[in-house]
Write a protein of this length. Structure first.
Length: 311
């Protein structure tokens, strides 16, 4: 299930308790000193990162095969919504022209930002909640994720990467009909509970460069998205500079950097996700997210009718 050649910081459930671990060469070295909180590790800065690495290198550390662990979302708490960049690959912007149901816009001159509610976040191998009463147009979006490492505001593009703790993956699962329903504002169509896998672990920025990473998404083993981060409209440094402009970014904040072309909504005919589909998001040197859509009750006692109705 996992790519055993990679290294990064993960969170896992061990004996019913969340634990931070350093994953390397297929083995997880448990770090109970961090009380299961990745955000505490991140906020501690370089000294805490150094401490974690030194602890992981000790011979008396408990080591467990990664494939035997239940990996959790690497970020355990949020002080704000998940921040996202839309339309950050021009091929993706172009593929959806005429398919935005009257909500087309001109190509933007600056990054387009929106947010997702934190309750969307699930672990890297958890089931994606799916309910056809919520939406008839479930879509996938493979993305590279930036984890902010230092609280900052109005940083320059030249220094932006100095404020990054590390990188991971996300699948920005979206409900296209909800996305259109609310006047072109994306919050609602991007914030359905338990629908955004995050992980599998965070690769520290000092040991990884996202400059030329191949990002891929498959649905039931069919390649749907496959692009290099070199194709981004705005670089990661530019995204951080723009997002932090007059607005504080906090250590532990999550920033999605956009998805490449190949979404289901842009296919001819459109091809949306259904119950039982398996979606895999992967990237060079970053591991994989592997998730299956499983029916869940997201509708509750609502009387709202959308998409395919209340069947």
């Amino acid at each position: 299930m996992t790519d055993t050649s990679l290294a990064g910081f993960a969170r896992a459930r061990v004996d019913g308790v969340a634990v931070v671990a350093l994953v390397e060469n297929g083995t997880a070295v448990l770090l109970p000193e961090f009380n299961g909180s990745m955000v505490d590790l991140i906020a501690g800065g370089e000294s805490r990162l150094k401490e974690a690495r030194e602890l992981a290198g000790r011979a008396d550390r408990k080591r467990i095969p990664v494939n035997s662990l239940q990996l959790l979302s690497p970020i355990d708490r949020f002080c704000r919504d998940v921040i996202c960049a839309g339309w950050n690959y021009w091929a993706h912007f172009e593929e959806s022209k005429g398919k935005r149901e009257g909500q087309d816009v001109d190509r933007p001159d600056a990054p387009t930002f929106f947010t997702k509610a934190p309750d969307v976040v699930i672990g890297p191998y958890d089931s994606i909640a799916w309910d056809p009463r919520i939406s008839a147009k479930w879509d996938y979006e493979a993305e590279i994720v930036v984890i902010i490492g230092k609280t900052c505001r109005s940083v320059s593009a030249d220094t932006a990467l100095d404020h990054v703790f590390g990188y991971c993956l996300a699948n920005d699962v979206s409900q296209r009909d909800l996305q259109r329903r609310h006047g072109g504002q994306w919050l609602k169509g991007k914030s359905i509970d338990a629908t955004m896998p995050l992980g599998p672990w965070i690769i520290p920025a000092d040991s990884f460069s996202p400059e030329d990473v191949q990002l891929t998404c498959t649905v039931n083993d069919e390649v749907r998205q496959n692009a290099s981060t070199r194709q981004m409209a705005f670089s990661i440094a530019e995204l951080i500079a723009e997002a932090s402009f007059g607005m504080t970014l906090h250590a532990g904040d999550v920033l999605l950097t956009g998805t490449p072309a190949g979404i289901g909504n842009a296919m001819e005919p459109p091809c949306f996700l259904v119950e039982g589909d398996e979606v895999v998001v992967s990237a060079t040197g970053m591991g994989k997210l592997r998730n299956r859509l499983v029916r869940a009750d997201l509708y509750g006692e609502s009387e709202i009718i959308i998409g395919g109705g209340k069947s």
